[in-house]
Ligand binder design. Structure first.
Ligand code: SF4
Length: 473
């Protein structure tokens, strides 16, 4: 049985989630909870490294957090410091060797790293290092950072970590664990989120999203600033900047708010749910529709549908149900099984939509094949009219900063007008939220956000083609 309209391939692949803690005897258990809360940021592999002041222990495997760790594994990860990572990579790199945190032992001692983002100069750096004799163990761009740290040129610097950070280009929120400390780093653009929290006993934690702070009962303190290195050790907390006084315009990924982050999280100092509700309200102002009620495409569009309903006065309804028990489609061995698993996740409620005029709110449209399938399912169930409203602008450009959009040629909006996309999706009307409208929902200056996949305006020079090495993470 082939059900190509509901394959996960059309959705955006997720990237990574980070968590770290210092100064707790239960560091591994807290990190388990921290990455579990961020499972939505990566479902392919999970890993934790702990430090006890002398050495670093590591456990990282393919699978969900609950599959990779049990009580005995956590019990073996002794130490008062830990970093953890969940990851989702591109096809072809589902290898245990690439699971993070990556750990190495060099002349400088042991170190492990967890990375969220994408280095756009990874291939160049790797070629240079290989030409000097470096032997790489993985196909991940993250390993480049470890080789740079171990290289004599950087190891001999006053601040080796800062010296390496100055060489990197692209998006990087990083956690390092050394036997005696943890260091957290954020790239000068602040593309990916990374925040600092405090546990009730005063111990300090790091997390990609604040939902990971909530699960361990930590209070949000602040974000790691763009270009900052924050160190946790027995000496306490300290901070320094590797950007040497240069101020770069921040470029926070607006897609964190549109799609990636959990609605309960605050990222870039703004609640994700509130942002999405505001985007739905703005969408209703920009593109009203005459309909019986508003339904979201689960799950990400739920908040935007609330906003659309509130602003338009149209009642909210439910057109789909989702199953939490259908498992992970990508681990199924055949395409037919994967297709079936994805279809099992989403059902149309026929009685609710039959004969109705619907406003269907979607968070974003990538290839369009998944959305077309869902709209077709609503139509098949008897929906009379479908007015699709998308709470973000058309995606027309690739992302070089860690989001695995498909080949740009496969983006439905790449070469099509909105009218042509409407025809392709087979809906009665289609409207996207404008870029200005999207940015009006964001906290602070619009110029502080990366919107490159919508606008083609990149915050830094980017390669002409997506760096495949860098995407294999
Ligand atoms: S290009 Fe899009 S997805 Fe990538 S960092 Fe920028 S806003 Fe985020």
């Amino acid at each position: 049985m082939s059900l190509p309209w509901l394959t996960d391939d059309s959705r955006i692949r997720e990237y990574c989630g980070l968590f770290g803690v210092y100064g707790r005897p239960d560091a591994a258990e807290l990190t388990y909870l921290g990455i579990y809360a961020q499972q939505h940021r990566g479902q392919e592999s999970a890993g934790i490294c702990t430090g006890d002041g002398r050495s670093i222990r590591r456990h990282a495997r393919l699978g969900l957090v609950t599959q990779v760790f049990d009580a005995s594994v956590l019990g073996s990860l002794a130490g008062h410091a830990a970093i953890g990572h969940v990851r989702y990579s591109t096809t072809g790199s589902s290898s245990e060797i690439n699971c993070q945190p990556l750990k190495v032992k060099s002349a400088q001692g042991e170190v492990a790293i967890a990375h969220n983002g994408n280095l756009i100069n990874a291939t160049d750096l790797r070629r240079t290092l290989e030409a000097r004799g470096a032997i790489f163990q993985t196909s991940s761009d993250t390993e480049v950072i470890l080789h740079l740290l171990a290289s004599p040129a950087h190891a001999g610097a006053d601040d080796p970590l800062a010296a390496v950070m100055r060489v990197l280009r692209g998006a990087f929120s990083l956690l390092f664990i050394f036997p005696d400390r943890i260091e957290a780093v954020r790239d000068p653009y602040g593309l990916r989120p990374l925040c600092i929290g405090k546990l009730p006993d005063g111990a300090v934690v790091f997390a990609s999203e604040t939902c990971a702070l909530d699960i361990v009962d930590a209070d949000y303190v602040r974000d790691v600033s763009p270009g900052e290195i924050v160190t946790l050790s027995d000496a306490g907390v300290s901070s320094r900047f590797f950007t040497e006084g240069e101020r770069t315009r921040p470029a926070h990924c607006i897609f964190e708010h549109v799609y990636f982050s959990d609605p309960s999280s605050n990222v870039f100092e703004q609640n994700v749910h509130a942002f999405r509700v505001a985007s739905g309200r703005q969408l209703a102002r920009e593109a009203p529709a005459d309909a019986d009620f508003v339904i979201p495409v689960p799950n990400c569009a739920r908040c935007a549908a609330i906003g659309f309903s509130e602003e338009s006065g149209l009642p909210r309804g439910r057109g789909f149900t989702t199953s939490h028990y259908s498992g992970r489609s990508f681990i199924m061995p055949t395409q037919d099984q994967r297709d079936l698993t994805v279809r099992m996740k989403l059902n149309v409620i026929r009685e609710a939509v039959r004969g109705k005029r619907l406003v269907v709110v979607e968070d974003s449209v990538v290839r369009g094949t998944t959305t077309r399938g869902k709209m077709g399912a609503l139509r098949k169930a008897g929906a009379r009219e479908i007015h699709l409203r998308v709470a973000s602008p058309p995606i027309r450009h690739p992302c070089y900063f860690g989001i695995d959009f498909p080949d740009p040629a496969k983006l439905v909006a790449r070469e099509r007008t909105v009218e042509e996309i409407c025809e392709f999706l087979e809906v009665d009307s289609l409207a996207y939220l404008s870029l200005e409208g999207l940015l009006s929902c964001a906290r602070g200056a619009a110029s502080n956000y990366c919107t490159s996949c919508f606008s083609g305006d990149y915050p830094m020079p980017v390669p002409l083609t997506v760096d495949k090495l860098a995407l294999e993470k």
